[in-house]
Design a protein around this ligand. Structure first.
Ligand code: ATP
Ligand code: MG
Length: 443
């Protein structure tokens, strides 16, 4: 990165490292991406870095250097915002101070670099270093104004509080409370991206609690807001929202499991009757999918999270036969059992129980045994397939054939020794005769 600054300086330009990457470097955290700002206009930056890419809209030139990505943006100045989200125009600024003043939080409004011909210095007009030492997120300038300009900053505040384990300065937090309604202007994609970053924190509860207390949750996830104040006889004095937040913190850092933890009981408020939440997992699965669809999450993610929510209420018994364990794997899907068990362990912890309550550890061991033993769990592992049945028994392609394969799969899941070509063909012949399929087929 020093090379890039040197190139700009040598070209007679002012150039600084700026924003979140500087903050992360000062915190000793690995920065996700590096941002440079300069008085050079994009065309000039491109001329200095011939292999760069110019992203037209925001005046940002992207340079790949030693495998890392650097974004070089010309100084910018704030202009009016009419949609509570995007500035009406991108206007280039004249100074580093002006550029820092448009940034969201003081810890993100520091720069290190130099004007042409000068020694590099640290530029911190908003007191970012002091706030960094206090571990505090404070809006640059008037917080009410800043959040009304761009509602995304409110979501960034709670997300950064969680990932950095910072507090939000009280005036800044109060301003979020006053502008929370405007969070409805943030696009689904941006909400999703901030939510995923928040859930990636060691303790997502920091951000989730701030969302709830500031009113952002009610706007961004009204279905989760409804968990607040709903009694739940798990941990004394805690409500359903407390349980959800605990569960998310207890979940391993895997995107799917964290999302499923957040949404696993989303169906409870709607299904509450006589002190029970009957069928909440089925209602919750639909709500989870709808929530993620609203945030434009990829379809596979929607489906996988919904699937985990739908299946999270399983109750394992030590008396389950091995066949029952195999049927469980088949129902959940071999690729999903790990996530489901992780969700359930988190749910246990969120309920004030030991993580392996309900025999989870034993179930996990039994599942591992089945999986490493290459047990038949689906039709693809069967010793015969549709073509065999067609050629050996003369069955035509169709629904009956599919059903027959499913039946044979069930038999083999129950009794693995049956997974032999000759045995399965015999069983198929019997089934065909018993069901009178032959007559149907011949007619
Ligand atoms: P991270 O990279 O960890 O997600 P970040 O703070 O670096 O966090 P970026 O999206 O990389 O976030 O933004 C880089 C910098 O741009 C920020 O540190 C901040 O100075 C500024 N910035 C980003 N979004 C906004 C915004 N909505 N309003 C004002 N300044 C912003
Ligand atoms: Mg960044």
């Amino acid at each position: 990165m020093a090379d890039l600054l040197e190139t700009l300086w040598a070209g007679g330009q002012a150039a600084y490292v700026v924003g979140g990457c500087l903050r992360d470097a000062l915190l000793g955290r690995e920065a996700a991406d590096w941002d440079l700002t300069t008085d050079a206009r994009p065309e000039r930056v491109q001329a200095l870095f011939p292999r760069s890419i110019y992203e037209n809209r925001f005046g940002t030139v992207v340079v790949r250097h030693h495998g890392a990505q650097y974004e070089i943006t010309a100084f910018r100045r704030d202009v009016s915002y009419t949609d509570f989200r995007h500035p009406d125009a991108v206007v280039f600024g004249d100074s580093i101070e002006e550029d820092l003043a448009r940034r969201d939080f003081t810890v993100n409004a520091m720069a290190w670099g130099a004007e042409p011909g000068c020694e590099p210095t640290f530029v911190d007009p908003c007191g970012g270093q002091a706030d960094l030492a206090r571990r505090m997120l404070r809006a640059v300038g008037d917080p009410d104004e800043r959040f009304r300009e761009d509602a995304l900053r409110m979501a960034r505040a709670v997300r950064l509080a969680a990932t950095l384990e910072f507090e939000v300065e009280p005036e800044t937090l109060a301003a979020i409370g006053r502008s929370a309604d405007l969070a409805g202007h943030i696009s689904g994609e941006r909400v999703m991206s901030e939510l995923l970053k928040l859930l990636w924190a060691s303790r997502p509860s920091i951000g989730l609690r701030l969302m709830a207390d500031s009113g952002l949750l009610a706007v961004l996830a009204p279905e989760l807001e409804r968990q607040r104040g709903l009694a739940q006889n798990k941990i004394e004095g805690e409500d359903l929202w407390d349980h959800t937040v605990r569960t998310v913190d207890a979940a391993p850092r895997r995107q799917i499991v964290r999302l499923a933890s957040l949404l696993h009981d989303v169906g409870k408020p709607d299904t509450l009757a006589d002190g029970h939440f009957h069928g909440h997992e089925a209602v919750g699965a639909v709500m989870a999918r709808d929530f993620l669809a609203r945030l434009h999450a990829p379809r596979v993610l929607q489906e996988r999270v919904a699937h985990l929510v739908l299946n999270h209420m399983f109750s394992y018994q030590r008396t389950w036969s091995d066949a029952a364990v195999r049927r469980f794997i088949r129902k959940v899907g071999p690729g999903c059992v790990d996530d489901l068990l992780a969700l359930r362990a988190a749910d246990n912890l969120g309920s004030g129980q030991p993580p392996d309550a309900g025999g989870l550890t034993e179930l996990a061991t039994r599942i591992a045994t089945e999986l490493t033993g290459h047990a038949v769990l689906g039709r693809h592992q069967l010793a015969i397939n549709g073509s065999d049945l067609k050629s050996e028994l003369g069955l035509p392609q169709g629904r009956e054939l599919g059903r027959l394969i499913d039946d044979l799969t069930e038999r083999v899941i129950a009794e693995p020794a049956l997974n032999d070509r000759a045995i399965l063909l015999d069983l198929a012949r019997q089934a065909v005769t018993e069901r009178g399929l032959v007559e149907n087929l011949n007619s």
